[in-house]
Design a protein around this ligand. Structure first.
Ligand SMILES: *Cc1c(COP(=O)(O)O)cnc(C)c1O
Length: 221
């Protein structure tokens, strides 16, 4: 049952927050509903989940339109330029900003989207996300943005069944946020990091948004 899974996830978020001396309400649960049907999203919403994450525009278009517009939607998947025109109508946040072309394209749409820059800190070539240098090049130009608003950083750690192994990835993202805020005089606050297999460690390292799919909705087919 989704409500049981939710209770367990919320409990784990609370315990990880407490352990880190943080308040549980500093951590936003983003329920990742890719490949999950609209009825399951409705059940999660009825149980109190407000934030949902989707990876694919086509799937999101079909699903989001069937659901109440009180929910807050996060685009967390790789975005192609020919799909970005759909983004403002569907989403409030984009976590997967990984290149200047995408920043420029989203800005041109003229809507107040909140952006998180996806950084590939593990160097795995199959992962999306920009390098630290690529991030800094994009941040040099954010002063001219008037529609979209940069609010933070996102990363995906390598998959692991030993979350301790990826703690340093999360710590590195937190340090990077502080560093680029100072360097570019920004006040970004969001750290989107942690998934079903590693969210407790991510919370201990400062996550403000955890993106959780499997632990809420079960294994995806
Ligand atoms: C699928 C996905 C998640 C959720 O993964 P789970 O392991 O199911 O919790 C989180 N973030 C991104 C970017 C994803 O693609």
């Amino acid at each position: 049952m989704i409500s049981d899974n939710l209770e367990s996830v919320r409990d784990r978020i609370s315990r990880a927050s407490l352990k880190a001396g943080r308040r549980a309400d500093e951590v936003k649960l983003v329920a990742v509903s890719k490949k999950v049907d609209a009825d399951s999203v409705r059940s999660a919403a009825a149980a109190g989940v407000r934030n949902f994450g989707e990876n694919y525009i086509q799937e999101a278009r079909a699903k989001i339109e069937m659901l109440p517009d009180t929910l807050c939607w996060h685009m967390i998947g790789h975005l192609q330029m020919n799909k970005i025109k759909y983004v403002p109508r569907l989403f409030h946040y984009v976590h997967s900003v990984d290149r200047q072309e995408l920043v420029d394209g989203l800005e041109k749409l003229g809507k107040p989207l909140r952006l998180l820059f996806e950084v590939n800190l593990s160097g795995e070539p199959q992962k999306h996300g920009t390098t630290v240098d690529g991030l800094k090049r994009m941040l040099e130009n954010v002063g001219s943005l008037t529609s979209v608003k940069p609010v933070g950083l996102m990363t995906m750690a390598p998959y692991t069944d030993k979350p301790e192994d990826v703690r340093s990835v999360f710590a590195d993202l937190r340090k990077l946020l502080g560093q680029v805020n100072r360097q570019f005089s920004l006040e970004m606050t969001e750290l989107s990091m942690g998934m079903s297999s590693d969210f407790e460690v991510a919370i201990e390292e400062g996550a403000t948004m955890v993106r959780i799919g499997t632990a809420l909705f079960g294994e995806r087919s």
